[in-house]
Design a protein around this ligand. Structure first.
Ligand code: SAM
Length: 270
């Protein structure tokens, strides 16, 4: 068993990992992320601590699935791409999507998070990890800069500040010849709602960066391609797997734009 001691934003990735593991244990699993379940069984940590259960796990899984679909679609057209998966935590997206070895995939997170990944997940061709804060931009030197580049970040932007986040975007766009950014983000209301988010509250993580209009990032050399409100992330067959109370809450928040837009997934090109 791997004993872990993560706090604040690093600890939150144990909540999302557990969500995918719980989903993998269901007969009607959405992601079938067996690597997540195996990792949870090997980590010595009180996974109930962050308040994630079978029902709340679905919001994690729905977000991951929506981002998987965008990544899968783009990679199908760019089999020679570089993928930068920023703030990867223990997410096994590379195993779920299983890209060809012609894709160079980099998983980046803090060094101690990456060290845990290295202990628990197998190596694979075309795959490498980077242990660094994403805002310490020297890590960029480790990544080839001559191919179309997909930058993916799930559950990361809100932990950055507007200053470090926009500087990161500016540097990424300046370094790679062309590509896509796919990430979720919170509105300023979503950032304020951190006080009622059990994973954030119990880990004592702090959310900072809220984006109310995804066009804001166009100032840094991106062009918005699409933006999906949280209530549009799940297709009907996945919504049907939600408990009744969650389905009702989803339907109600779809009617109220500020609630619907507290969490969104954006896709920008550059
Ligand atoms: C909510 S978790 C999401 C993890 C993963 N993307 C997932 O969906 O399971 C947030 C992740 O962002 C990482 N993170 C936050 N700030 C970071 C930074 N400045 N540099 C690198 N990673 C960061 C944390 O360590 C954590 O793994």
């Amino acid at each position: 068993m791997e004993k872990v001691r993560f706090t604040e934003e690093k600890e939150t990735m144990l909540g999302t990992l557990y969500g995918r593991a719980l989903d993998a244990r269901r007969a009607d699993s959405v992601l079938a992320d067996t690597a997540a379940d195996e990792a949870v069984r090997r980590i010595d940590y009180d996974f109930a601590r962050l308040g994630v259960n079978q029902d709340t796990a679905m919001s994690v899984v729905i977000r991951a699935r929506a981002i998987d679909e965008l990544v899968r679609t783009w990679l199908a057209e760019h089999p020679d791409a570089v993928v930068l998966h920023l703030g990867c935590g223990m997410d096994s997206r590379v195993f779920r999507l299983d890209p060809p070895a012609s894709v160079s995939w980099f998983d980046l997170d803090y060094p101690d998070v990456i060290a845990l990944r290295e202990r628990l997940y197998p190596r694979r061709p075309g795959y490498a990890t980077i242990g660094s804060s994403v805002t310490d931009l020297a890590w960029l030197d480790q990544v080839p800069a001559d191919r179309p580049t997909l930058i993916v970040a799930e559950g990361l932007t809100m932990y950055l500040t507007a200053t470090t986040g926009t500087e990161l975007v500016r540097r990424l766009v300046g370094r790679f010849p062309s590509g896509r950014l796919v990430c979720d983000f919170f509105s300023t209301l979503g950032v304020k709602a951190q006080v009622v988010n059990p994973v954030v509250r119990r880990s004592k993580a702090k959310l900072h960066w809220g984006i109310d209009d995804p066009h804001e990032l166009e100032r840094y050399g991106l062009r918005l391609v699409s933006c999906l409100d949280a209530t549009d992330w799940a297709p009907p067959d996945v919504v049907a797997r939600l408990p009744r109370a969650s389905r009702l809450a989803l339907r109600a928040s779809a009617l109220i734009p500020p609630l619907r837009r507290m969490g969104r997934i954006g896709e920008w090109t550059f």
